[in-house]
Design a protein around this ligand. Structure first.
Ligand code: GLV
Length: 336
C-alpha cells in the first residue's frame, strides 16, 4: 500500500502537476482533474474570472482549462511561466487563443471538436426556421395580446423546403447543417477554402464561388472560424448581393459580420431576416440595435448548449489536460 502511494503521488504531493480551471465546471469534469492533480478553480459558473485574478492564479501552473471568454495571449503565457504545458479550451473555436505564441513556447493547445457538431447544427436549423417562419415574432405577438384573427397574409414568412441553402464554411458543423437540409429537399451550395468532396458525395452539395453563393442562396449560413482573414467577411457588399428574400444565419463568431451593415440590410429590406447566435462583442445588452428589429432572431451564444454536449465538452477539455500532464498525446490538439 505504502509502495503504491509513492509510485502514484496523489494530488497533495509537491511533484503533482497543478491545474487552473477558469470556470466552475460540472463535478464530473472536475473529478477527472482532481483525481490526479492539484486543482484550483474559479468558483463561479456564470461569471468569467477577472483578468487580474486569472493572471495571478495561472502562475506556475502546468495546465489551464479555459473558455471562450478567456484571452490566451503573450501576457497570459508570461504570467503562467515556463511550467505551462497545456491550454485546453472548452470550445471548438480557438480565436480567443494566440496559437502562434503558444506554438513558440511549446504550449499544447486543445479544443473540443466533434462532440458539439450535431448539437450546433441543430441550433443553426432552429435559427434558420425561426427567422424564416417568424417564430419568435409570432410568440411575442401573442404575448402582447395582438393576435386578433386569422387572415390571409398574416405572419407570412419564407418557405424553407425546396429552396437553396448556401453554407459558407463547410467544415464539421457546416456539413452537419447540410445533411439536415436533405430532409427539406433543398439544393445545397457551399463555399470553403478547399473543396469538400465528402460533402458533395454525401448530400449532392455544389461548390460555389463566394459571390455566386450569396446571389443564388435563399438561406446563407455562416460557419467560418474567426481568423484575420474571415473577420468582417459579411459586410454591406455581401448583404447587397443577397436576395431580398434571403435569410442570413450566423452561429460561428460575431466578428465575421459587420453588424452595422447587417442592421442596415435588415432595416431596408435588402435581406429578409437573420438568425444570430453570436455577436461581435458578447454579451450584447437589450439595447443592441439588432434586437430592435422584428426580422432578427437573436440567441445568447448557445450553439452547443445541450446538457449532453456541454458535459461532453467539459469532460473532453479535462481529459485533454489529464492526457498531456500524464505524458500522453492530447486527444484533440490544435497546437502540438
Ligand atoms: C463555441 O462557440 C465553440 O467554439 O465551441
Amino acid at each position: 500500500m505504502a509502495m503504491m502511494e509513492s509510485a502514484a503521488p496523489g494530488p497533495a504531493s509537491p511533484e503533482t502537476p497543478s491545474v487552473y480551471v477558469a470556470r466552475r465546471l460540472p463535478d464530473e469534469a472536475l473529478a477527472i482533474l482532481q483525481e490526479r492533480f492539484q486543482v484550483e478553480i474559479w468558483p463561479e459558473a456564470a461569471t468569467p474570472v477577472p483578468r487580474d485574478e486569472l493572471l495571478a492564479k495561472i502562475k506556475g501552473k502546468d495546465g489551464v482549462l479555459t473558455l471562450v471568454t478567456d484571452r490566451v495571449d503573450g501576457e497570459f503565457l508570461d504570467a503562467a511561466g515556463s511550467r505551462l504545458r497545456v491550454v485546453a479550451n472548452m470550445a471548438v473555436g480557438v480565436d480567443n487563443i494566440d496559437l502562434e505564441a503558444c506554438r513558440e513556447r511549446g504550449v499544447i493547445v486543445t479544443n473540443t471538436p466533434d462532440v458539439l457538431t450535431e448539437t450546433t447544427a441543430d441550433l443553426v436549423w432552429a435559427l434558420l426556421l425561426a427567422a424564416a417562419r417568424r417564430v419568435v415574432e409570432g410568440h411575442l405577438l401573442i404575448q402582447r395580446g395582438q393576435w386578433k384573427s386569422w387572415h390571409p397574409m398574416f405572419m407570412t414568412g419564407q418557405d424553407v423546403h425546396g429552396k437553396v441553402l448556401g453554407i459558407v464554411g463547410a467544415g464539421r458543423i457546416g456539413s452537419a447543417v447540410a445533411r439536415r437540409a436533405v430532409g427539406f429537399n433543398m439544393n445545397i451550395l457551399y463555399h470553403n477554402r478547399r473543396r469538400n468532396l465528402d460533402l458533395e458525395a454525401a448530400v449532392g452539395a455544389t461548390y460555389a464561388q463566394f459571390d455566386q453563393l450569396l446571389q443564388e442562396s435563399d438561406f446563407v449560413v455562416c460557419m467560418l472560424p474567426l481568423t484575420a482573414e474571415t473577420a468582417g467577411r459579411f459586410g454591406a457588399r455581401e448583404f447587397a448581393l443577397m436576395k431580398p428574400t434571403a435569410v442570413f444565419v450566423n452561429a460561428s463568431r460575431g466578428a465575421i459580420v459587420d453588424e452595422d451593415a447587417l442592421v442596415n440590410a435588415l432595416k431596408t429590406g435588402q435581406i429578409w431576416a437573420a438568425g444570430l447566435d453570436v455577436f461581435a462583442r458578447e454579451p450584447i445588452g437589450s439595447d443592441h440595435p439588432l434586437l430592435a428589429l422584428p426580422n432578427c432572431v437573436c440567441l445568447p451564444h448557445i450553439g452547443s448548449a445541450s446538457v449532453e454536449t456541454r458535459m461532453a465538452m467539459a469532460t473532453l477539455a479535462a481529459r485533454n489536460v489529464a492526457a498531456v500532464l500524464s505524458g500522453q498525446e492530447p486527444l484533440t490538439p490544435v497546437v502540438q
